[in-house]
Design a protein around this ligand. Structure first.
Ligand SMILES: [Zn+2]
Length: 231
């Protein structure tokens, strides 16, 4: 993937998540530059979230230092840098504050996958218990300890972080983490939420592994959301 393609795709991810209402005015996404120790991250300033453009990105190293690009490095850059640095599979990292995902952690209800779309999160979504802004090395270490190898983590009273091996996967995880949390909460309010069984999760993941043989299984969904959110 060329630099221009990466920036374009990151901007598309931003637009999709924004159009779906998964951002308030905060939040940022980042993507590792292939074959380097650097990543692009959405700038705090220099663009409004509504009209985010590929050139509104900042290039950073793993210490979170700005190496180039337009705008200001987000305050919480450390949550991106530690994941890109430590986890090979953390190609794209999103941090947003979506309503239902936040409400779930605030309610103290453990995450469980209740939809087929939530199956990729079937290994669990832990909670970062302390409600605080993540701004320094110590926070970065705490985050790594709390998230382990999970694809997403709920930050109690704060937001969520999703971690994918591609921009498409992170987009998917962010959308369906929120959707899954919405159903889970609604069902819990109605009296009972019935999670997917281990067999159901495995069956769904086997299907996805099969389609992954033909390419990134999240690409088609990403393209569909890209189309849908342009309308
Ligand atoms: Zn935050």
């Amino acid at each position: 993937m060329s630099d221009a393609e990466l920036k374009q795709k990151l901007a598309t991810c931003w637009r999709i998540l924004n159009k779906l209402g998964l951002f308030d005015i905060y939040g940022h996404i980042s993507c590792r530059v292939p074959g380097s120790d650097t990543f692009y991250i959405t700038a705090t300033l220099g663009s409004t979230k509504e009209v985010f453009k590929p050139d509104s990105l900042v290039l950073c190293d793993y210490t979170g230092k700005k190496l180039g690009g337009n705008g200001t490095v987000p305050l919480e850059v450390v949550l991106h840098s530690v994941l890109h640095k430590t986890r090979e599979d953390a190609v794209c990292v999103a941090h947003v504050h979506p309503y239902y995902s936040m409400a779930l952690a605030i309610a103290g209800i453990p995450f469980s996958p209740v939809t087929l779309q939530g199956a990729p999160l079937g290994d669990g979504v832990p909670v970062y218990e302390k409600s605080e802004i993540l701004v320094n090395e110590e926070h970065g270490k705490k985050l790594l300890g709390a998230v382990g190898s999970a694809k997403a983590i709920l930050l109690r009273g704060h937001g969520v972080i999703t971690v994918g091996a591609s921009i498409e996967e992170t987009t998917y995880l962010t959308i369906y983490l929120e959707e899954n949390c919405k159903y889970l909460l609604e069902a819990a309010k109605a009296g009972k939420a019935v999670p997917l069984t281990r067999e159901e999760i495995k069956e769904r993941m086997d299907q996805m592994a099969e389609s992954a043989k033909k390419g990134n299984p999240y690409k088609r969904i990403f393209d569909l959301f890209d189309e849908k959110t342009r309308q």
